[in-house]
Every structure is written in C-alpha cells, then in structure tokens.
Ligand binder design. Structure first.
Ligand SMILES: *Cc1c(COP(=O)(O)O)cnc(C)c1O
Length: 412
C-alpha cells in the first residue's frame, strides 16, 4: 500500500502507532508518576539506558511517548520530545545544546516570548546575531568562527515575513550548523522540514495541533539531517550506539528531565485528539484567511494587509515555493484616524484575544499587547507598525467573517 495521505495519517495515528491492546482507539492515559520493576536489575538497566522503559514521570511516560510517536511520524523525523508548552520546547532545546561562548544566528522576526528568552540566553553568555532571514546573504554574513546554529520561524508573526528556508538549510548543511526551525505557523504537512534540511523542528502544540484553545504543549523533532558526531556539545554519556539519537537524548535528559517542563498525560491525550482534525482545520482557516485578506485589501479604510497568499506580499513567491500553505495569520493596518481598539470592539464574531491556531477567529492590536514589552525601536525593526492588528483566522463560514468586517467597517 502506498503511504496514506496526511489527513488519513492524522486520523489513524494514535491507534496505528501506539497499538492500544484492548481495541481502544486512543493510547491510554497514564497517571502514574512512578514505575515498579519486578526485577531490580531491570530498573538499573533502564536507568543506564541499556533497556527501554519509564522510571519517573518527569522524564517519560507512556502517554508522552505516545504523542512523541505521533509528532515524529507526522514531521517525518527520527524522534521527538514533548514539553508542557511551546516555550518549554524552545528554551529546553536551546539550553540543552548550547553554552556560553557559542554563537547563534537568529531571525530578527520572532515570536515575542522567544525574543524575550533570547535576552536571557545572552545574559548567560551565548552570543547572538539577529538577521533578516528573508535573505540568505544576511544569514551568511553573520557567520563567525564560533557559530553553532541558526534559529528561525517559517512564517513570522505578526508581519508574516517568510524566511529563505531552503537556502538557509542548504547552507547550514554545508557549514555543519544546527538548523532550528519553529514551524508553529505551518504544521505538517505545510512544511517539509526533512527536505529543507532542518536539523530540529520546533512547534507549539498549543496552536494548530490542540486547535481548540484548551491545552498547552510543545515539541521538538530531530529530522535526522544533522550529524551529531561532529557537534562538540554532546556529553559523552549521551553518545549511544545510534548516533542519530545523540541530540534528542541530550534534549530529553537536560531539557526534559533536568529542566522539568514535562507534558501531562491528560494534555498529551487532548493534543492527540486535536491532531485528528488538524489538516481539515488548517485548510479551512487558510481558505478563510485568503478570502479575508483579499476582501480587506479592497477596502478604503484599510491601509495595508500582510498575508503571504497575496501576490504583492514581498515573499509571496518564497511562500508558494517553500510552504504547503500560506497559513492563517494575517495582519492589517487601518487608515490613520481609526482607533484599532475601537474597531475591534465593533466586530461581533471575531474575539479580541491573544492566541492563534484556534477554531475561532481571534484579533488583537499587537504594539500595545504582545509586543508591548519590546519597545517601539525593536517593533520597528520587526516591521511592526504601532497600529497593526493581527488576526488568527478560524474555521467559521467564510461569508460570516466577511459580513462581520463589513458591518464593523461601516461604523467608521
Ligand atoms: C505560541 C508560539 C510559541 C510558544 O508556544 P506556547 O505553547 O504558547 O508556549 C512559540 N513559537 C511560536 C511561533 C508561537 O506562535
């Protein structure tokens, strides 16, 4: 049989990969923190990595392993580690792999909390250079003798810049750099991390995977593209027989076990249920986003629309060529004189709320909320205007969303 399509794999992943023994279609939810061993030698062997098994709920559990199997399968990677949140996945991965004196090249267009964490990372002695990742030349120009990796997002939020993903991947492969990509905006199958030569793909599972605003989670997946034997920061105790697993083993030990931002069994279950409809939801949200972007662009009271699906978007071609979806985030500026908060208050269907990847359409003014702490100079560098409104487009009926904007715009 040919490999099933992505929606089929999403729907059947839990039972197909995790083989519940009693006919259940979901992996069971393990509430136990501890695991008993009949033979003490088995406990010793699991501790020493000679046998597979679980010893303590902070490090691993059947529930977490079940979700890790699903994420690794959907990404097409070697192995995944799941965390309590997307931020935990990002911070744990970076803190496990890099140390003071290392240099990383990072996107200047980043999720606000990731950007804020990078300040902490610099305080710890890791050197960073922020670059415009829409251009491979800028990335290459930032290289130093101590450069160890590159970190970017696929489609940045809120301005929707699209990174030069393929070229950066090719260059990282040549230079033997760890290529980390946050693909929260373009979950599988919208981004082919393996083909783009990504080393580690990171995701907030809170967004499109969970999908219903009811669960937090995060993941990192090793795509099998990076040769860890040439990477100086892997501790000798994590250099096991399978070299492909050196990186993820250190991330699990240092990032998950030691830092402790472990995903709960209930959250793992809720995320796996969300994944069953992920493609369908993203397909619908993307269609709605395209329709709304086109509508908003035609309106006199809208000054500018940012959406990679529009042919006048600066990286429209890059998005079409590198991604399987333009995503469901779109931002816009109202013409001067219309207050963004007053406008949002007139929308009846659209919620004024932070968060994205939800079934519901959400909107918020970004400069005064999620990017408030960054300050005006940093916002300008990220391309964020002071009046910008960001929307995460949901799965509602398209006509209802357009009608909501029509009635709100008519008020101004
Ligand atoms: C939301 C988000 C995160 C953080 O995820 P949480 O699950 O909220 O911790 C990281 N990166 C991007 C691009 C995000 O949108």
């Amino acid at each position: 049989m040919t490999k099933p399509g992505v929606t089929t794999r999403q729907v059947h992943a839990d039972r197909r990969l995790n083989h519940p023994t009693d006919g259940a279609v979901h992996a069971s939810t393990t509430n136990s923190v501890l695991f008993e061993f009949e033979k003490t030698q088995d406990l010793v062997d699991v501790f020493q990595g000679k046998k597979l098994g679980h010893v303590y709920g902070r490090s691993s559990s059947g529930s977490m392993a079940a979700l890790q199997n699903i994420i690794a399968d959907l990404e097409g990677g070697v192995a995944s580690a799941c965390f309590a949140t997307g931020m935990a996945a990002i911070t744990s991965t970076i803190l496990s792999l890099f140390k003071a004196g290392d240099h990383l090249i990072v996107s200047q267009y980043l999720f606000g909390n990731t950007r804020s964490f990078l300040d902490t990372l610099m305080d710890l002695g890791v050197e960073l250079t922020f670059v415009d990742v829409t251009s491979i030349q800028q990335v290459i120009a930032a290289k130093k003798p101590n450069t160890r990796g590159v970190f970017t997002e696929t489609i940045a939020n809120p301005v929707t810049q699209v990174a030069d993903l393929r070229a950066i991947g090719k260059w990282c492969e040549e230079e033997k750099l760890v290529y980390m990509v946050d693909n929260t905006m373009t979950p599988p199958p919208s981004f082919d991390a393996k083909a783009m030569k990504v080393s580690l793909v990171l995701s907030s599972l809170t967004k499109y995977h969970g999908g219903h605003g009811h669960v937090l989670g995060g993941a990192v997946t090793d795509m099998g593209n990076f040769d860890w034997t040439g990477f100086h920061n892997i501790k000798s105790q994590y250099q096991g027989a399978d070299e492909r697993l050196w990186g993820i083993t250190q991330i699990k030990k240092k990032g998950l076990r030691d830092l402790g931002a472990t995903l709960s069994a209930q959250s793992a279950h809720l995320i796996s249920v969300g994944i069953e409809t992920m493609s369908l939801r993203l397909e619908r949200s993307t269609k709605n986003a395209m329709k709304l972007a086109t509508y908003l662009e035609s309106q006199k009271k809208i000054e500018c629309v940012y959406y990679p699906g529009l042919s006048n978007h600066p990286q429209h071609f890059a998005a079409r060529e590198q991604l399987g979806s333009y995503g469901a985030i779109l931002s816009f500026d109202l013409v001067p004189g219309i207050d963004p908060c007053a406008f949002l208050d007139e929308l009846r269907l659209v919620l004024s709320a932070t968060h994205l990847g939800d079934t519901r359409t959400l909107a918020l003014p970004v400069a005064s909320t999620i990017f408030y702490e960054n300050g005006q100079r940093e916002r300008a560098r990220m391309g964020i205007t002071e009046t910008m409104i960001r929307m995460s487009v949901g799965i509602e009926d398209t006509d209802d969303l357009v009608a909501d904007f029509e009635q709100a715009l008519a008020k101004f």
